[in-house]
Ligand binder design. Sequence first.
Ligand code: P6P
Length: 344
Amino acid sequence: MVTEKENRLVTLEEYIIQSQNRFPGATGELSQLLRDIGLAAKIISREVNKAGITNILGLDGSTNVHGEAVKKLDLFADQQLISALDRSLITCMVISEENDGIVKLSSKGGKYIVYLDPLDGSSNIDVNVSIGSIFSVYMREPRFEPTVKESDALQPGVKQVAAGYVLYGSSTIIAYTTGLGVSMFTLDPSIGEFILSEQRIQIPDSGSIYSINEGSYNSWDLGLKKYVKYCQEFDPDTNRPYSARYIGSMVADIHRTLIKGGIFIYPHSKRYPNGKLRLMYECNPLSFIIEQAGGVSTDGEMRIMEKKPASIHQQTPIYIGSKQNVAKVMEFLEEHAAVEADKG
Ligand code: P6P
């Protein structure tokens, strides 16, 4: 018999406060930061869901640091997230895909640094495919320098204090972790609140979905080609052939991988020698989520979250998902690495 109390809806705000109360020494600042992001997510969700009506679709004519055409909603999302973080005066600096350099906020003494991909997968905006926002939070180091500088933000992913994503899909959800498991909330637009839908999420140890842009097949290393062919072979004992699913929005592909298991891969290639996806505001935060759910995330040679960043917009290859699926692709990569080395 579920008592009324157990059945009561828990909002994101209530959940954040309840979680904070488990840390007697907590100052409430990280809680406030997470609430700031939740507020911005509601505002962005409203615009994403009516983009077609308010002609916010389409390009605004500029390009971002990677030379990618920027769509109006990218800028809107960037502005909403940065202003929400600025208002609470606990974040000193934001690094965002939409800004070449660091964005210094009003509070020079703020204890947090936040990386943002304000609207990931924005190439899908005009075709009504799910897109997402990604955030990654670090403590500022060194803590009490008078001025913030880019080098303060060059920290490995293992030093994240929080990370998460917002997925603007058939419903708007937010998933985040502070290192104590992954919690997920669904936006109820009728009351304007994110409602707790799941906590301590666990990714299946193995999955039968592989997710990669096969259009780049010809430029892959031999081991990766062999792995994808392995996924496509018939073997009912290992539930193969696997299903191929690729949305082109990392948040959506990772969310599916978290829930259903399997693997998402964005490898290095001739076009992207260091990989396409950004280490600090795509791969580290989503790796934190997947690792907290019991999965793994590597660049093909080392754990993503242990990479020491050399620059704030650094790119990396990524193999992320269920333990057994990532282990299997690594077997193929290692087996054929010698062949690749010989090719030079
Ligand atoms: P491709 C979106 O532009 C993005 O940054 C990720 O969200 C997505 O996984 C990837 O790039 C898609 O890249 O080369 O397959 O179109």
